[in-house]
Design a protein around this ligand. Structure first.
Ligand code: GLP
Length: 240
């Protein structure tokens, strides 16, 4: 596991974006896993900036989002489809048809179709991940099985309250989601996990240095062969 600590989110974003561009230069149709949330934005901004500076053609890149709210209108401004479109696909210049987001219907059939689509693409080359305050990855809340696959899940009150800022009030946050499972995430060939801010320090320390337990979903990545953590000083502050 490679743990990097940065003074500011711009240099963190550049470092992580170089990893993404490396995967794409190895294979122009690389499969990149996309996360939502505030933390990955510095990576997407740097990715877009470097692509512009270097005049890269990224039209062959394929992407799979980690998760989506269940039952939300896909056109809603806070659906992960909309967020991914606005923060990554547009700015970076990806081909919208090659960017997949789980279906908001979140049925068992939609979940297995998503797994099949990832497999048919040859698997994920590089997965970008944020981490929840409770150690979640995607919407795999504490207690999620390590071998879980894409499925419908319920959000914990903590996650609902964390995400209320996007919806105005907790009661507007969808209570369920469809998420890639921890087993799905572990199948990606490389993981980049980003955490910014003091609120993440406890989860980061538990995930990196604590026991591997389903109570801390991100702790499973201790068993992944190629993981890079990109942290700011605050998020790294409780690391031993
Ligand atoms: C949401 C997403 C997660 C993300 C988490 C943290 O719950 N489903 O994938 O890691 O938020 O988001 P933020 O980076 O905004 O703290």
């Amino acid at each position: 596991m490679d743990v990097r600590v940065f003074d500011d989110s711009a240099s963190l974003g550049r470092f992580a974006a170089e990893h993404v561009l490396e995967a794409i230069s190895a294979r122009p149709d690389a499969v990149i896993g996309l996360a939502t949330g505030s933390s990955p934005l510095s990576i997407y901004n740097a990715w877009a900036e470097l692509a512009r500076e270097r005049e890269l053609n990224l039209s062959g890149v394929r992407c799979f989002a980690l998760d989506e709210y269940a039952g939300i209108d896909p056109e809603h401004q806070e659906s992960y489809r909309t967020v991914i479109t606005n923060t990554v696909v547009g700015p970076v210049g990806l081909t919208p048809e090659l960017v997949h987001v789980p279906a908001t219907v979140a049925s068992a059939a939609a979940a297995s179709a998503y797994e099949e689509a990832i497999a048919a693409a040859g698997g994920v080359d590089l997965q970008i991940l944020g981490i929840g305050r409770n150690g979640h990855l995607g919407f795999n809340e504490p207690g999620s099985p390590f071998d879980s696959r894409t499925r419908r899940v319920s959000l914990t009150p903590e996650t609902i309250s964390d995400n209320a800022r996007f919806f105005g009030a907790p009661e507007n946050v969808p209570g369920e989601a469809i998420t890639q499972g921890l087993g799905t995430i572990m199948d990606a060939r490389k993981l980049i996990i980003v955490a910014i801010g003091e609120a993440k320090a406890k989860a980061v320390a538990a995930a990196i240095a604590g026991p591997v337990t389903e109570q801390v979903p991100a702790s499973i990545v201790q068993r992944h062969p190629d993981v890079v953590y990109v942290l700011d000083r605050a998020a790294a502050s409780l690391l031993p």
